[in-house]
Ligand binder design. Sequence first.
Ligand SMILES: [Zn+2]
Length: 81
Amino acid sequence: MQCSFCDRNTDHLSGIDAVIDAGWIPTYWDGDTDTGNPVCPDCVSRHLVLDSYSGEFTLRKMTGSFVLPALGPLLAESLTL
Ligand SMILES: [Zn+2]
């Protein structure tokens, strides 16, 4: 697997268990879309937030220079409408 955001890959790890133990996630959500793209541990903390409702990692929403905290999709929607 290669990270969706940077050049890191999991070639040095053997098996999905080792990959997940290392902090990788196999996919993330962009809005309502499951991207199916893996993300490395560094980029998880940099680009994704854990959605408190679904328990899934979603793309960090940017509104100008303000980064929304992971308070759930309702707050994000109310701010972007
Ligand atoms: Zn990465």
